[in-house]
Design a protein around this ligand. Sequence first.
Ligand code: PXP
Length: 237
Amino acid sequence: MSKLGVNIDHVATLREVRKGIEPEPVFAALICQAQGADSIVVHLREDRRHIKVRDLYILKEVVKIKLNLEMSVAEDIVEIACKVRPDQATLVPERRQEITTEGGLDVVSNFKKIKQALDKLERKGIAVSLFIDPDKKQIDATKKLGIGMIELHTGRYAEAKNKKEQNRYFRELETAVNYARSKDLHVFAGHGLNYYNVARVAKIKDIEELNIGYSIVCRAVLVGLERAIKEMKMLID
Ligand code: PXP
């Protein structure tokens, strides 16, 4: 069975809508932990649109399960990661204007930059994973860097427009998982997974961990609304 990493970025997104103090992402992390999540995932974006540096420090202090920091290879971000020392860093590509991480890291073209970040992070005892597309060339380049784990981008599968397309991207994913395992890499996967499309991916037995964020936060808003209304009514009454 795959482990579940819960990305709580969008709890912080909600906080940033009002630039206030709630919802506190750290509380969310503790609930995920108590409910059996295997890791907490956050992305410190260069524009700090949701998770802030202070969140990282508090998470590092209170979270007992794995803390996985998604991050670009920008120098200042690498420096912050080296200070915070999460258990794992997942290197992702980052473009300012994107709504979410749009594709995997191009390891082939950014080999040197990734290597520099990797060396700094590993020196601090941080395990490093690369978020890449399900593509042999990227897997080979990861292996060449001496990295032992990857997260495969499931976006193409998750966003497929019809069944035929979904089948094609599912096969692409399966092929990449098998290829990466044949190279002795630990394989994680994520992006765009939700309550409708996760089961099929979860059946791929060599995927050790699925990282899911947006759909869990969306669902939490809906399934938690009943209690939220009851509590407010009680206070008003
Ligand atoms: N894995 C990585 C590397 C990501 O960048 C993201 C999005 O932040 C996720 C998983 C989770 O994606 P989603 O929020 O669509 O579940």
